[in-house]
Write a protein that binds this ligand. Sequence first.
Ligand code: 13P
Length: 235
Amino acid sequence: MIIAANLKTNLTRVQTLEYVNKLEAFLTANNSSQEVLVFPATSSLNTHAGKVIVGAQNAYPTTNGAFTGETGVEQLNEFGIKTILIGHSERRHVLGETQQFIAQKFDFYKQLGFKIVYCVGEPLEIRKSGEANMMEYINAQYVGIDVHYENLIIAYEPVWAIGTGLTPTLEDIESLHAKLKEKSTAPLLYGGSVKLSNIEEVLALKSVDGVLVGGASLIVEDFSQMTAIAQNLQK
Ligand code: 13P
C-alpha cells in the first residue's frame, strides 16, 4: 500500500532530516514492503536514498526563471526529487490555485515523468448540497488531468475532514472511492484526519490503496507505526 506523509509547513530542515532517517531505519528494520512517501516543506527538501521516497509539496511549472518565491525543476533536481503533490486543497482554497493552473502544472510534471499525487475533494457545503452536486464538483477537478498517466496516484481528501478530526463514515469513503475508481484505475489514497486509531479500518476498505496523512504524520514514531499497520494488513 501507499502510505504518505504531508508535513505541510512543519518541521525545520534539521528536524526533517532526522524524521526521514528515523523512518528509513524503521522501514529497514521491519523489512517493510510498503510504498512510503514523505512530502517535507520546500526548504527542508534533501537528497535521500533508500525506501522512503521524498517528494515536493509544490513547485512551479518551470525549469527556472523569474517566478519570485517559487521553486522549479532545477531546484528539485538538485535533491533528486521526482515526486510531487498537485491539487492539494490548501493550494486550491488557501493559495487560490485554479483548475486550469493545476492542470498546467500536472501536464508539466507529467512530461518530466514525475510521480504525481493528485488531490481531489469537496468542501462541506458542497457535500451538504447533495450527491449530484458533489460529484459534479469532484468531476471538475479531473478536467485537464490525464487519468491514464502511468505515474499517477490520486488522493481523495474531503476538505472538511482535513485537520478537523472529522472523517466520512467508512461506507461513505468506500462508495465515493468506488465512483472515483470508475474514473481512473490509478492507486487511490484517502486523506483527512487519518490517525493511528483509524488507519487500520480505512486501509482495510476494498477501494482504498493507501492514505495521505497530515497532522498525525508529524510524529515520526506514529507515522512509522502506520506503515507497520499497513504491512500487517497484507492487503
Ligand atoms: P490531516 O491528516 O491533518 O487531516 O491532513 C490531511 C491532509 O491534508 C494530507 O494532505
